[in-house]
Design a binder for this molecule. Structure first.
Ligand code: ADP
Ligand code: MG
Length: 459
């Protein structure tokens, strides 16, 4: 392979990037590797540039800011010739598809076989694996879902996914269905159904005396995606019916995936034999995502909507909404609506205003806790931050503390000035502006601010 050969080589790009990843594995923490590096793929080699696919545009920003030096060293170590890297977000394809979907005329949509199959199967087109941001807390569930989507009826049958509300269980169910539909087309007999809908259908079947049709409809499936089975509590006849449907599908080698808000054994009054059927395959849980994953989810959703989301706004929202991705999305919708109504770009001030009544009151840490944390991150004595010294390092730490006090505690410029020996509000304003701009230009400062903001907790 010559340096000046522009021929696109996928195999080479993949192999080189895998070697780079192997090298990087020993340079960064396991968690950072799994979150930011492991989801990347070497796609193309164009001359001296290796094109690497990443899940979202936020990864481009993050990897370029945080890992550029490590990646450069790794490339130099594993390649015989100098190569540079260019990141390409996979999300771009999704955005293109989304726009295409939106601009298509309605009759074209109904003409499309995959669209009609999708609606017949009740699958939501945007709930795909590509749109699911994987974090530590959802890694196992997502891997199991992928494996079932790739080889249905083989490995984990049934697959049972449980977890709290708004953590992506329904999303993963649809992702399995969408994947199989794209692989096998209309031949795949897939059906997504929420237990509540199944119950209504069952009642109707009893009323209209069409139970045989009901049975047949479910027994002929290749993949049954049954959502929210905790809803079956107390519905004994339906449980009985599902037990038989499940046995039939299982014997026929068809795949069944269940979700619930708790594990099978903790669903009260669920008939013993159904409980043991539900738990007879693989049972996996989904836990709330960590801060980095919440930020990545926000950036991914914003990119899909074409919304420009500054990093400090993503951080602000993600550090306030911790246990429910649906609520994270709700915040983004509010911010986006307020931004277009006010005709203003998204900023921290706009986000704070938009989410004022939506967010739970934050447990307020003390000003002392903010200053102590800042001192610790900057490696200076806390007392010196409040003092008069103007050395460069102390001045920066002081400005960072002012920034944190403003954005974490919402203190006024005057209050902050008083806290630092009666400095006036313009000095404080200058400090806030400076840190804000350093956050976008200086990754070291950005990372320190992030550590301060996420490291301070309420009393
Ligand atoms: P659940 O079924 O667990 O209550 P959903 O699957 O309905 O939750 O998810 C709620 C919303 O959050 C959906 O819009 C989904 O797309 C989104 N969501 C949840 N987890 C993720 C994730 N890891 N990445 C991207 N979006 C997610
Ligand atoms: Mg759900």
């Amino acid at each position: 392979m010559a340096t000046d050969n522009p021929v696109v080589s996928q195999a080479d790009a993949g192999a080189i990037w895998n070697r780079v990843l192997e090298y990087l594995r020993s340079c960064v923490s396991g968690e950072a590797f799994d979150t930011w590096l492991s989801p990347t793929k070497g796609r193309e080699l164009k001359g001296d540039v290796i094109e690497v696919e990443v899940p979202t545009s936020f990864f481009v920003e993050w990897l370029s800011q945080r890992y550029a030096a490590n990646i450069k060293t790794a490339l130099a170590a594993v390649c015989a010739r100098p190569l540079s890297v260019s990141f390409r977000p996979r999300g771009q394809d999704d955005i293109a598809r989304l726009h295409e979907h939106r601009t298509r005329s309605p009759w074209k949509i109904t003409d499309s076989p995959s669209y009609s199959a999708r609606s017949a199967y009740r699958l939501k087109p945007n709930y795909t694996f590509a749109n699911f941001v994987v974090g530590e807390s959802s890694r196992l569930a997502c891997a199991a879902a992928r494996s079932v989507a790739e080889r249905p009826g083989v490995a984990y049958n049934p697959l049972f996914i449980y977890g709290g509300p708004g953590l992506g269980k329904t999303h993963l169910l649809h992702a399995i269905g969408n994947h199989l539909l794209s692989e096998r087309g209309d031949k795949a007999k897939i059906l997504y159904v929420a237990a509540e809908t199944l119950f209504l259908e069952f009642i109707q079947a009893i009323e209209k005396d069409t139970r045989l049709e009901f049975k047949n409809k479910y027994r002929c499936l290749g993949l049954l995606l049954l959502d929210d089975v905790h809803y079956l509590v107390g519905k004994e006849r339906l449980q009985e019916e599902i037990f038989h449907i499940f046995n039939h599908l299982h014997n026929a080698g068809s795949q069944v995936v269940f979700t619930s808000d708790r594990p099978p054994k903790e669903i009260p009054t669920l008939e013993e034999r159904l409980t043991s059927r539900l738990g007879s395959g693989l049972v996996v849980d989904i836990q709330p995502p960590d801060l980095e994953t919440r930020i990545a989810i926000l950036h991914h959703k914003a990119a899909l909507e074409g919304l420009s989301l500054p990093p400090e706004v993503a951080h602000y929202v993600a550090s306030r909404v911790k246990s429910n991705v649906r609520e994270l999305e709700g915040c983004l919708v509010r911010i986006s609506a307020m931004s277009s109504l006010a005709g203003e770009p998204v900023s921290l001030a706009l986000a704070e205003k938009a989410l004022k009544d939506l967010l739970p009151p934050e447990q307020t840490p003390s000003a002392d806790a903010v200053i102590t944390k800042t001192a610790e991150v900057f490696g200076v004595p806390a007392a010196a931050i409040r003092g008069p010294s103007r050395t460069k390092q102390l001045a920066l730490a002081r400005q960072a503390a002012m920034f944190a006090l403003r954005h974490k505690l919402g203190l006024s410029l005057k209050e902050i000035g008083t806290m630092f020996g009666g400095r006036d509000h313009t000095t404080v304003m200058h400090a806030l502006d400076k840190i804000q701009s350093l956050c976008t230009t200086d990754p070291t400062v950005a990372s320190k601010i992030e550590r301060i903001m996420s490291g301070i907790t309420g009393a």
